[in-house]
Design a protein around this ligand. Structure first.
Ligand code: PEP
Ligand code: MG
Length: 361
């Protein structure tokens, strides 16, 4: 069901847009979501979670082949098969968002999330990959972690297996060149690194990205413009934001992980004692819905200040679920962030909340 944004509502939204300071982007990785969000007035994509792009049956086979490979050569061969899909993904998104910024986050979740579960699926995958079932089982065991959300994910994967980020970056650049040929403003992709704890990871991965850019420029005889930035979603990254900003052209606050790691509380299990904690006044509400302005918000404030001190024009946004929550949006407005990014159906709410926040201040 699509809300009707015409008539009086559209007039109201126009007034809201006239007063708000915050830009409103969307979190989207499918063409449908991106188009819906643009229809609702999204001013770009603030977070494209690329991991969601690998679950399609045609792609998951190559993804698993990549994970099962135990040599770099094997991984690269599988990644080569994924490249055309990724390129097309980004071509579609750049076309839908033409003229607006698109932030693409490189692969974030632990690799075992892509591996099969259960005997039947394991047998099927082994068969498709031409390996023994024992190989698949061994890899699942090797990759399993006690705390996957605190484990080998985000930029840690990019550091261990740079070829994954190379493939994704190449797809982004090739797509940008392709869509820029349509005419109008050239596509300037924003490449975002997840889960860093400090400047060093960004330095290493930025070098990988710049290297791919030079290769693609030479191959296509084209000039690329792009931004490299990072998620700020771990407390250490928030505290080290001053140094990180030396390497980052933008920060996007991943307040889902930042809340999880600041509270030491799994975002998937918080509901177990949430009501009790709220009834005893320990939590004011669900901190995963409405930003905890004192604790997590303080880290966001510190990071914004330190980031700006190093790079006065650093672009600052938020892409955790809080980016679509009115009271959190008001907080982002107070901090002077540049944009919030939220799910497509929250875009109109965010436009109104951003206007309300501006009017109140
Ligand atoms: C976040 O952590 O807030 C975020 C946007 O990333 P994800 O939800 O994909 O971990
Ligand atoms: Mg995150």
């Amino acid at each position: 069901l699509k809300p009707d944004l015409s008539g009086d509502f559209s007039q109201l939204m126009e007034w809201a847009d006239g007063v708000r300071r915050l830009k409103v982007r969307t979190n989207a990785e499918t063409p449908d979501d991106a188009a819906t969000a643009r229809g609702f007035g999204a001013e770009g994509i603030g977070l494209c979670r690329t991991e969601h792009m690998f679950f399609d049956p045609a792609r998951i086979i190559s993804m698993r082949e990549m994970i099962l490979a135990d040599t770099e050569k094997g991984r690269r061969a599988a990644l080569d098969k994924l490249l055309p899909y990724q390129r097309q993904d980004f071509i579609d998104l750049f076309r839908i968002m033409k003229g607006l910024p698109v932030t693409i986050r490189l692969l974030d979740p632990p690799l075992h999330e892509f591996l099969p579960h259960g005997d039947a699926e394991i047998a099927e995958v082994a068969n498709a990959a031409g390996v023994a079932e024992a190989v698949v089982r061994r890899r699942i065991l090797e990759l399993s972690e006690a705390n996957p959300m605190l484990g080998h994910r985000g930029c840690r994967l990019g550091i261990s297996y740079p070829e994954i980020y190379e493939m994704q970056t190449r797809a982004i650049f090739e797509a940008a060149i392709e869509v820029s040929k349509d005419g109008g403003d050239p596509v300037i992709p924003e490449i975002m690194i997840p889960l860093i704890i400090g400047k060093k990871e960004l330095e290493i991965l930025k070098a990988v990205i710049i290297n791919v850019a030079s290769e693609v420029e030479a191959e296509k005889s084209a000039k690329l413009e792009f931004l490299v930035g990072t998620m700020i979603e771990l407390p250490r990254a928030a505290l080290k934001a001053g140094e990180i900003a030396e390497e980052a052209e933008f920060f996007s606050f991943g307040t889902n992980d930042l809340t999880q790691t600041t509270y030491g509380l799994s975002r998937d299990d918080a509901s177990r004692f949430l009501d009790t904690y709220i009834s005893k006044d320990i939590f004011a509400g669900d901190p995963f819905v409405s930003l905890d302005q004192e604790g997590v918000g303080e880290l966001v404030r510190i990071a914004a200040e330190r980031g700006r001190k190093t790079r006065s024009d650093i672009k600052l946004g938020i892409c955790g679920e809080h980016g679509g929550d009115p009271s959190s949006i008001a907080f982002c407005d107070q901090l002077g962030l540049d944009y919030v990014s939220c799910s497509p159906y929250r875009v109109p709410i965010a436009r109104l909340a951003a206007a309300q926040a501006a009017l109140k201040s």
